[in-house]
Design a protein around this ligand. Sequence first.
Ligand SMILES: NC(=O)c1ccc[n+]([C@@H]2O[C@H](COP(=O)([O-])OP(=O)(O)OC[C@H]3O[C@@H](n4cnc5c(N)ncnc54)[C@H](O)[C@@H]3O)[C@@H](O)[C@H]2O)c1
Length: 378
Amino acid sequence: MSLVLVTGGAGFIGSHLTRGLLAAGYAVRILDTLSPQIHGGVPSGLDWLAQPGIEFRRGSVTSHRDLADALNGAEFVVHLAAETGTGQSMYEIAKYNDVNAQGTAVLLDILANTAQRSVRRVVLASSRSIYGEGAYVCRACSPQVRVWPGSRPAEQLRAHRWEFPCPSCGADMEAVPTREDDRISPASIYAATKYAQEQLIAISCGSLGIGFVNMRFQNVYGEGQSLQNPYTGILSIFSTRIRRGLHLPLFEDGQESRDFVHVEDVANAVIAALRSDVTAAAINVGSGIKTSVQDVAEKLSAAFGRAPDLKITSEFRLGDIRHNFADVGRLRDLLGYVPAISLDDGLKRFAAWVGTQPLPEDRSQAANAELQARKLMG
Ligand SMILES: NC(=O)c1ccc[n+]([C@@H]2O[C@H](COP(=O)([O-])OP(=O)(O)OC[C@H]3O[C@@H](n4cnc5c(N)ncnc54)[C@H](O)[C@@H]3O)[C@@H](O)[C@H]2O)c1
């Protein structure tokens, strides 16, 4: 039975991936620190780690010893362990660099310096954030020409000019699905560290002859996502507010959009990458569908059986992208995987699960206040 080391495997995506791996006949070893920001000061809800087929080790990817022990005998590595808050990464820079970039470097150091390596293949959880805004076209003057705008300047956002103006004719441009060969332009420290992970793996695994796939996840949601971490997960924040009878604040004009992909589709895509012979590839993992934040707020309210109570705040976060959704052609063509769970169905599943969980505090206002104090929000 092949052994898969899943770093960060006690987290949201890791828990679904582990279930899928066990069902597919793999043995799973998890290395996870059980970060308090994700799992709470006293980690709870982790009984599933004790089930047969799972070997759990509490430890850090930044520790050479923890990681070297965990790698022993593993044939595959799925590298999920990371700090994941985009806003938080802008003022906890050393921590994000340490866990995300340095943790990956430690992993590769061990692989490079182990003579009798068992590892054949590495799959990285990278992120759509590395694209920044992704690609746009101007339907008015040059619909065939892809343009990659930088981030929106603060003056533009203060003037509530949310969309990107075409550099040639000034009309609002339209976002198109982001391809893996589009421009890479990280707009946060988190994104920069995710791209650093990709490059470290591409260069190192490439030279060592270890197969690798860098999978760029879009906005992953679903049962089991952290309801306590105020720095990530718009659907967690919204679900807590819906349950507390609070309105849903929509930044900008609510028309900013994302690509929401259910966690089970992500887990299945990772398993497809482990099984395939595809190597040296970057592959988007998303639904391929553009959904505005207003749309998702309405659908989530409906999934909870509530009338939407939305407030467009016109607030903005510096560095936030306006739109991003994936071209999923490579996922389909290289890995033969097509996401199967629609947003409506996925949100129903998510809302049903949330209803079984303790009601968390609404910490979103405090997280926003922190960004405001640091002048990262307007
Ligand atoms: N969830 C998303 O929408 C999304 C989108 C794009 C990319 N990703 C990437 O997918 C991966 C998994 O994300 P997730 O949503 O499951 O996050 P998560 O926070 O639920 O899980 C991450 C896990 O890593 C663990 N961890 C943190 N620091 C560690 C360390 N030093 N050593 C070992 N374990 C450590 C945490 O305790 C946690 O269990 C991350 O690499 C993230 O960047 C997630």
